[in-house]
Design a protein. Structure first.
Length: 249
């Protein structure tokens, strides 16, 4: 029996505990110093969620702080949960700065557009810090946030097809068709709404070849970049490289 792509990601119910950490972080956001956040973009079929999980573990170990992983399902749920939405928008940080970020890139976002609502929440979530956002155009939406680091995974069509075939237990021809279709849809969607080429390296701190490097190696590289570049040396208390941290340009 084949699997759906969503079946590869833990259900919303399994991550509800993370919402409590989100609420607590938002409640402290006005007083707390800024914390880093990460966005992960990937070509369809790359191991973006696996990378996010491993990076989450590494950053939690280094900082001693909880990090929350936001994939498509959780971001969409946050945006549609009116109670949580009010908590985020009512308690989080500098609302005027968030609005400036949105206007800079996207002009006026109507309240009727479902994705516009998601983008607004993405920016607020990233501003709170301690967030790893997978997909949803996060790198473009959060480009002007100084606390954000942006990474992208790419790989050959053959590698991505083989990965999808294995993970979803699909025949290779079906996997090829799925990768072609979903890749076009994703890029077209981001291009039309955010007016940006999400494949351009200009949006990212680093782009990794998922075919040549393992998830572990890429996660270690991402973690090192975040730890070394984050200006608050006290945040990553448990990392031996914290003494080499440098302010971002």
């Amino acid at each position: 029996m084949t699997k759906s792509f969503d079946s590869l990601i833990p259900g919303i119910e399994q991550r509800e505990a993370g919402w409590m950490r989100i609420r607590e972080r938002f409640a402290r956001a006005r007083q707390a110093p800024p914390h880093p956040s990460v966005t992960i973009s990937r070509q369809y079929g790359c191991e973006g969620y696996s990378l996010a999980q491993r990076l989450q573990a590494l950053l939690e170990e280094a900082s001693g702080q909880p990090w929350t992983l936001f994939d498509k399902a959780l971001v969409d749920q946050v945006a549609s949960d009116e109670k949580l939405s009010r908590q985020i928008l009512g308690h989080l940080g500098d609302e005027s700065h968030a609005q400036d970020v949105l206007r800079t890139h996207f002009g006026h976002l109507t309240h009727d557009d479902a994705y516009a609502k998601v983008v607004k929440h993405l920016v607020h979530i990233a501003m709170a810090g301690g967030a790893i956002i997978v997909g949803r155009g996060g790198a473009v939406a959060c480009q002007d946030l100084k606390n954000c680091f942006h990474f992208r995974l790419e790989a050959s069509f053959e590698f991505r097809t083989a990965t999808i075939a294995r993970r979803l237990e699909l025949p290779l021809p079906e996997a090829e068709k799925l990768v072609r279709t979903q890749s076009k849809l994703r890029e077209k969607f981001i291009s039309e709404f955010l007016h940006a080429d999400v494949t351009s390296s200009r949006w990212y701190d680093a782009v990794f070849n998922n075919e040549r490097q393992s998830v572990e190696a890429i996660a270690q590289s991402c973690a090192r970049l975040v730890i070394c570049a984050w200006p608050d040396r006290d945040y990553f208390k448990h990392d031996p490289m914290r003494g080499t941290a440098a302010s971002r340009a």
